[in-house]
Ligand binder design. Structure first.
Ligand code: ZN
Length: 312
């Protein structure tokens, strides 16, 4: 089964520490990635708020360096993929395709030149904001008062379309989301977000957002963070399956993907405690009556299609 996860935070978990990718700590490590060989993974360089003023670019560069170090140190298991075609090639060699993402437009420090340089360093996805307002747009915690995309944010979206990068609307407030949907010439991604109808959290998407994103050919990666799955009780793998089913019902099966957020979340759902368990979702979907073709689309095929459309 080809699994393609749109969002994990392992780079920021390990950057600046003495821990290694082949240590068995956190939700993701080399052994678990290895078990998912022939799969694909977006590694997000998450710009932590402590670096916002003056160190955003600096800390991002350190995470990109760590990514490229992994590609060298573990070249028998991992390989960089810059376009969809690379993923198809890497699968043949029984290795995992690794794609680079940045979570937080703060990393650009206000310059399109930095976006272009990031592209040259392998970055293929930018989550425009985290939860706060930045040079580009406002994150969800700013609410409607935060406003939509700034002029710079609009320029970034246009430049990303030109370069062939995935615009990620996860974390954006609603105005920002609708601005991106209106402005982007390419389909967009919500790399790690759920449906608000099942769990009322501002990080989750409304039915209108799901339909609009799906109509544009986009994909939504289902997030395993328990607070985006269930309120006031322990979430389980069945809540994730419910989210998948709901997104497929509202937006169609072609818009559904996986965006686990592993290594970026404190609590995980029962049954999805770490990266090695993602495959069990496929069994649950099969038991719920999904045909094998749709299960493959959800577990990775849809995200691969999106990458081929936007990156290639
Ligand atoms: Zn996030």
């Amino acid at each position: 089964m080809f699994i393609f996860d749109a969002h994990i935070d392992t780079l920021s978990r390990l950057s600046g520490t003495n821990q290694r990718l082949d240590d068995n700590q956190g939700h993701v490590d080399l052994a678990k990635l290895r078990r998912s060989s022939q799969g694909a993974q977006f590694f997000a360089a998450f710009v932590s708020p402590e670096f916002y003023h003056g160190k955003a670019l600096h800390s991002t560069m350190e995470m990109l360096d760590l990514f490229w170090k992994w590609m060298e140190d573990f070249s028998g298991d991992l390989a960089f993929a810059g376009i969809g075609k690379d993923i198809l090639e890497i699968r043949k060699s029984d290795r995992m395709s690794c794609l680079l993402a940045i979570e937080g437009g703060e990393a650009l420090e206000g310059k399109l030149a930095n976006l272009r340089l990031f592209y040259r360093l392998g970055v293929r996805l930018l989550t425009l904001t985290w939860n706060h307002r930045n040079d580009l747009a406002s994150g969800q915690s700013e609410g409607p008062g935060g406003g939509g995309l700034s002029l710079f944010g609009q320029e970034v979206v246009a430049e990303m379309n030109k370069l062939g990068m995935l615009v990620d609307v996860s974390h954006l407030n609603e105005q920002g989301f609708w601005d991106v949907l209106r402005l982007s010439e390419s389909p967009v991604l919500a790399s790690h977000s759920n449906a608000r109808a099942l769990c009322d959290h501002p990080r989750n998407l409304t039915d209108e957002q799901i339909t609009a994103l799906a109509d544009k050919g986009g994909v939504i990666g289902v997030n395993f963070c328990t607070s985006f799955l269930a309120k006031e009780r322990q979430a389980t793998i069945d809540d994730v399956a419910e989210q998948i089913e709901y997104l497929a019902k509202v937006g169609g099966v072609d818009c559904v993907g996986i965006g686990s957020d592993f290594d970026g979340i404190d609590r995980t759902p029962l049954g999805l405690e770490h990266y090695g368990k993602t495959l069990e979702l496929a069994d649950i979907l099969s038991k719920r009556g999904y045909n094998p073709r749709d299960v493959e689309k959800i577990m990775g095929g849809n995200l691969l299609r999106l990458c081929q459309t936007v990156l290639d």
